[in-house]
Write a protein that binds this ligand. Structure first.
Ligand code: NAD
Length: 265
């Protein structure tokens, strides 16, 4: 436990269970002294989020489905009531695409799923930033999660790659808009981790193995490692950074070719 985030208050969106990247970030933030509030998506996840929140003495401020603007408003109003002094950070760990389109060819993407995926996985970060701005009185830090599939083609990632590319661009535009108010906007590009959302991606086990064999560190990363980098990005230690996409992927993003010593998959 350190005092890195002592006195900082923040909202975490996207905890589904104890494998969620949002949970890894929440644990680190708590460990470094932050006070937290969580939202949950729907009643089924409420039952999972409440006991996790108790472990970190965190508040649960309510349901938030980013496809419903009224529920985003309600969650931020509740956050404002819980933290009358305002907030210092928001962690956005939300993405969705129809599982049937996270396999096969990108070209088959339907208009309906394209819109839904971009709304939930990209626009929601901007929607969150609009509400967060009002609660950040002394500057702050907004953080979202992205993936290398935004930069390069990845099998099965399809419309999510397009959504993450748009999300990364929105990090830059939001950073420019909010910089004058000392609100920083950054993203972590995490390597593949077995979570509920990841289980929807075709051949995910193959992707994990491929990263393990070919990343410079010869392994995949954990939610705790993503959490530690997130703690840095929401702390004053990173106060000179905004608009940044930081890779926490065991170095996979620098690799240009298969490791010749890797076993066949
Ligand atoms: P997860 O399933 O634990 O979390 C996804 C969260 O998104 C869930 O809490 C879910 O409730 C929420 N969500 C989905 N639709 C929503 C909606 N309409 N309204 C509100 N919330 C909604 O999986 P995760 O892997 O921890 O995902 C968190 C983030 O990390 C996502 O943005 C994901 O793309 C990103 N990411 C994941 C990996 C990976 O390999 N797991 C790698 C890089 C980036």
């Amino acid at each position: 436990k350190t005092g890195l985030l002592a006195g900082k208050r923040g909202l975490v969106l996207g905890v589904a269970n104890n494998r969620s990247i949002a949970w890894g970030i929440a644990k680190s933030a708590h460990q470094h002294g932050a006070q937290l509030a969580f939202t949950y998506q729907g009643e089924a996840l409420k039952k999972r989020v409440e006991p996790l929140a108790r472990e970190l003495d965190a508040a649960v401020v309510g349901h938030c489905d980013v496809t419903d603007p009224a529920s985003i408003d309600a969650a931020f109003e509740a956050t404002g009531r819980h933290f009358p002094e305002g907030i210092d950070f928001v962690i956005h760990c939300i993405a969705f695409s129809d599982k049937d389109e996270l396999t096969g060819r990108y070209i088959e993407t339907s208009e309906a799923n394209f819109s839904k995926s971009l709304l939930i996985s990209c626009y929601s970060f901007t929607a969150v930033a609009q509400r967060a701005e009002k609660l950040m009185r002394n500057g702050g830090s907004l953080l979202t999660l992205t993936y290398y599939g935004a930069e390069k083609w990845m099998p099965h990632y399809n419309v999510m790659g397009v959504a993450k590319a748009a999300l990364e661009a929105s990090v830059r535009y939001l950073a420019a808009d909010l910089g004058p108010q000392k609100i920083r906007v950054n993203a972590i590009s995490a390597g593949p981790i077995k979570t509920l959302a990841a289980s929807g991606i075709g051949d995910f086990r193959y992707i994990l193995k491929w990263n393990e064999y070919n990343a410079p560190l010869r392994r995949t990363v954990t939610i705790d490692e993503v959490g530690e980098t997130a703690a840095y990005l929401i702390s004053d230690m990173s106060r000179g950074m905004t608009g940044e996409i930081l890779h926490v992927d065991a170095g996979y993003h620098v690799v240009g070719m298969k490791n010749p010593e890797a076993p066949d998959l």
